[in-house]
Each structure stands twice: as C-alpha cells, then as structure tokens.
Design a protein around this ligand. Structure first.
Ligand code: C2O
Length: 557
C-alpha cells in the first residue's frame, strides 16, 4: 500500500470520519470546565471540556480504543452503556465492579470490539454522581454496505436529555447521605446541554435543531438524566420509532416518546410541515405523587431553514407529569423487529427462574439527625448492596477471597403483599452478594416493584447482556397465570427496562458472556442507596467461552 494511502486511512480512523477501518482511537481527557447554565456559573467535570461530551462513532465489528486520562480530583471510570463487552468485562467500566477507578493523574485504555450490535447507545461515568456531566453518545453504524431495515434518512442528529443542578452534584448527594433523606431534585432539564428559557432566567439559550424542509432525520435520542424519566415531544410532528437500546423494533408512529435514564431511542422525523419554528419539549414522567421531581420542562426549537426570524414558535403542551396512559401507550407499542436478518432469539425454556423485589427500605443511621436516626435505603430481594473496595471482576479472576459471596437469593427472603401495605419491618440486610450462573444458562428474572415508602418506576439496567421483555403487569406477579400472557415471539430487546410503579416486568436472557455483570436501578439516587446486585457468569468449556485476561494498564485500587 502506498504510504500516503496508509496515512489517509490512519487519519480517517483517528477522526470520527466514517470510512471503513477496524480500529478506532479516541482520547478522553477528563478535565474541569467552567460552565454557565440557569444564569449561574459552576465548574463541572467534562470529557475534553465538552458538555455533553464527545460522540463516539464506530461501526459494527470495529474495535474501539478509548484512552481516558484523569486530570480531576475525583476517581473516574467510564461505562459504555449497552455495549455487550463479550469476554471483555475489563472494559465495562462500573467502578469496583469490573475495575478499580482511574485515580487522579492516571489513565486507562478501554479496549473493546462491537459484536452483533448497531444503533445508539451512550457512555457515562460510573462512579459517584459524576455522570451528571460526564456523558455522551455512542453511535454504532451498521457494517459498511449493510442498510438500515428502514429507508435511509437524509440526515442524523444526536439528542441528549439531561438534568442540571445549580450546585455541585457531589455536594448534593453527600448532603443527602449525611441527612438520610432524599437528595435535592435538579434545577432544570436539558436538551443537548441547554434548558431553554426558564423562570427567573430567560436567557434564550435553548438548543436549536436546524432542519431543511422535505427531509427525513434520524433522531438518536438518549436519556442521560440522573434521576428522571422523561417525555419527549415535538410540536406538530409525529415520529416513527425504529430502534431502542441499539436493537431494531417494528416501526410505529407516535407524537410522544417516554425514555428512562440509560435508555436510547431512534426516531425518524419527517420535516413535512410548513416552514417555521416548532417547540421541542422534554418533561418529567413520574406517576407516584409523593416522589418529588424537577417539574421544569426543557425546551428546544425545531427550526426549518427559510423561516422568517419574526415567525412565532408553534407551541406544544407536554404530557402531565403523571400521564401513565401516555407512557404505557409508548411502552406497549415496542416489539422486536424479528425479521429474517434480525431475529428475536427469545429463550423458550428457562434454567434459572428468579424473582427479585426492587424497592426502598429504612435502616438505622445513628448519625442521621434530620430523620431521627434512620436513613432511606434501597434493595433487591431485601439485600442492600455494599460496594467492595477491590473490583469484583478482579477478585473473581485472581481468586481473591473475602470480597464477595455467591449467595444472592433467587427469591425474596419472606413473602408479603409487595404492592400492598408494607410489612412491619422495613429494614434490609447489607451484603456484597452475587448470583452465580453457569455459562449459557437461560435466565428469567421477574422484577417486582414494592410499595415500601412508595411504589415507583425503577429503570433496571443489566450490564453485559440484552434481555427480552417478555411480560409486564400491575400489582403482584402471579406465577400461575401471568406467564400464560408472555410474549415469546417478538418481545422488545433492550438493556434498560422500567419496572412499572406498583407492578412487575419479566425479562429473559442467555448468560453467554463470562464475567461479573452489574444490575441496578438507573436512577442514580437508588443506585447510591443500594438498589444493585451482580451476576457472576462462569467460563464455558470452549476456547472462545472464557473471560480474557485483564489488560496490563488495568487500574489498581
Ligand atoms: Cu448506564 Cu451501570 O449503567
């Protein structure tokens, strides 16, 4: 090969140019940056000084190397949310689960290959509450020459929804942990980093989505908020949903999208309305009245080229905060594409049938004055997960004893009316417990919300796998009758699923990825409180069925 050709290919791979190349290199400098939002300035943790952070572009089958250099005072780790990480758990990112964090002044190269996936995902910090500002899009294009299973849109746009606090988010959660109470809700929602005009700060810095009339746009929508599920709407336009969590779905039209933290949605927007400005809105979805949320709507503008600057913006009213039917309508429309090219490989038989309660609890806290000596906690099957001080994957690989146990219960320790009146004792037990699975086991987990303190919608995320959402219902799961209603043909496949408030969901997956895989509520406050556990998947027998050894630069604790 001519050397200049090689230089061109190398340059193409260094920059997010979408040429064919197998290996893509990115450099993430984690640095502080002064940023003004809501008319006040604060210093935030960013990647390369950007908020939201840079987009990672890759194609299916590419190997991606991201060198993360930590220039801030916090320990840092980054998670590539939804990437399967087949045999490369070392690159998954959750601090103290698959790696020790990258300490100030240190670096780590995340090295993984994207296999069997294409679509929109996100990356985010996976330690403390740093993901509030440390997040960005991960766009995986199909292999070169492989079309989308829908007409190719003219253009693509990334849209990241977030939450903004005026004060430092680490101070917000530290304050809450000291008091035993819930942390302050955010001060605004954001669309691509901008809240749009809000009361007391009308600086018109809403995000502008510039479009040309008569075109189609693939909107790659990401919810990077910490604690809130969101509705997303564009005035006067319906969108066609074609993908969620980087899996194709049967296309359907909607005027409202509901999206939980950690979830992604690809929607096609056709700019077929009169030239003008149309309001884009992101507003909270919360159907438990006692749980406080930030009730401000973030607004952006869909701006057709050729619009007169004097023209008024077409307004849209966001759904009510408690619009459960609107959310259900969207959720119930999601079906796997299940085509010949993209079949839904739903496990038809189940080796491990698990029943996990997810919810809150109350434990003693002698130093918590505001609550008279108790604190709010969260648990799965009444176990409040205790973070280890050595990464679990390391402890597993190097056989370090005393870091975790493998006795995570497959059922709640005692049965009660989960969605009815709470039991007398709201206390939980503490532990670093894992549930162990043989390689290639088929697993069903029924996730049952509890009404302890309050029923709530919990977006549960599983690392290392996609799962099929085979069933969903209100009240307590009935093991006799509910499985008869399961969809084992074309259920939606994803990595994060909302357990409905006061209800349950059933998911199935194939444990074909050896390693330690975190499962937790993607509402950061609930993760902090302990709504998390992990699966330990053993190696298989074949040479391609074992966890690879850790890279040399794996951070030390
Ligand atoms: Cu997106 Cu463990 O998280």
């Amino acid at each position: 090969m001519d050397s200049w050709v090689r230089v061109l290919i190398l340059l193409g791979c260094l920059f997010p140019v979408l040429v064919q190349c197998r290996v893509r290199h990115y450099k993430f400098n984690v640095v502080m940056k002064n940023t003004t939002r809501l008319c006040s300035t604060k210093s935030i943790v960013t990647v390369n000084g950007k908020f939201p952070g840079p987009t990672i572009y890759a194609r299916e089958d590419d190997t991606v190397l991201i060198k993360v250099v930590n220039h801030v005072k916090y320990n840092v780790s980054i998670h590539w949310h939804g990437i399967r990480q087949l045999r490369t758990g070392w690159a998954d990112g959750p601090a103290y689960i698959t790696q020790c964090p990258i300490q100030p002044g240190q670096s780590y190269v995340y090295n993984f290959t994207i296999t069997g996936q294409r679509g929109t995902l996100l990356w985010h910090a996976h330690i403390l509450w740093l993901r509030a500002t440390l997040h960005g899009a991960l766009v995986i294009l199909p292999k070169l020459g492989v079309p989308y299973p829908f007409p190719k849109p003219n253009h693509e746009r990334v849209i990241i929804l977030g939450e903004w606090w005026k004060s430092d988010t680490e101070a917000v959660i530290n304050e809450a942990l000291k008091s035993g109470l819930a942390p302050n809700v955010s001060d605004a929602h954001t669309i691509n980093g901008h809240p749009g005009p809000v009361p007391n700060c009308s600086s018109t810095d809403g995000f502008i989505l510039d479009v040309e009339p008569g075109k189609t746009y693939l909107l790659r929508l990401i919810n990077a908020a910490l604690n809130e599920e969101l509705f997303f709407k564009i005035a006067g336009h319906r969108m066609t949903i074609v993908e969620v969590d980087a899996t194709y779905v049967k296309p359907f039209k909607t005027d409202t999208i509901v999206i939980a933290p950690g979830q992604t949605t690809n929607a096609i927007l056709t700019t077929d309305r009169a030239v003008g400005k149309y309001m884009v809105a992101a507003s909270p979805f919360m159907d438990t009245p006692v749980v406080a949320v930030d009730n401000l709507t973030a607004t952006a503008t869909l701006h057709y080229s050729g619009t007169l600057s004097s023209s008024l913006t077409t307004f849209t009213r966001p759904p009510a905060q408690n619009a459960t039917p609107v959310a259900n309508n969207f959720t119930n429309s999601l079906r796997s594409l299940n085509s010949n090219k993209y079949p839904a490989k739903v496990p038809q038989k189940v080796d491990h049938s698990l029943f996990f309660t997810v919810g809150l609890g109350i434990n003693p806290c002698p130093t918590c004055k505001a609550t008279n000596g108790s604190r709010v906690v969260a648990a799965v099957n009444n176990v409040t997960f205790v973070m280890p001080t050595i990464a679990l994957l390391q402890a597993h690989f190097f056989n370090i004893k005393g870091v975790f146990t493998t006795d995570f219960p497959g059922n709640p320790p005692f049965a009660f009316n989960y969605t009815g009146s709470p039991p007398a004792n709201l206390g939980t037990t503490n532990g670093t417990k894992l549930y162990r699975l043989p390689y290639n086991a088929t697993v069903q987990v029924v996730l049952q919300d509890t009404g302890i303190i309050a029923p709530e919608n919990h977006p549960i995320h599983l690392h290392g796998f996609n799962f099929f959402v085979v069933g969903r219902g209100l009240g307590n799961f009935n093991p006799k009758t509910d499985p008869k209603t399961f969809n084992l043909v074309d259920p939606v496949e994803r990595n994060t699923i909302g357990v409905p408030s006061g209800g349950w969901v059933a998911i199935r997956f194939l444990a074909d990825n050896p390693g330690v895989w975190f499962m937790h509520c993607h509402l950061e406050v609930h993760t902090t409180w302990g709504l998390k556990m992990a699966f330990l998947v053993d190696n298989g027998k074949g040479p391609n069925e074992v966890l690879l050894p850790p890279p040399k630069d794996l951070p030390k604790c």
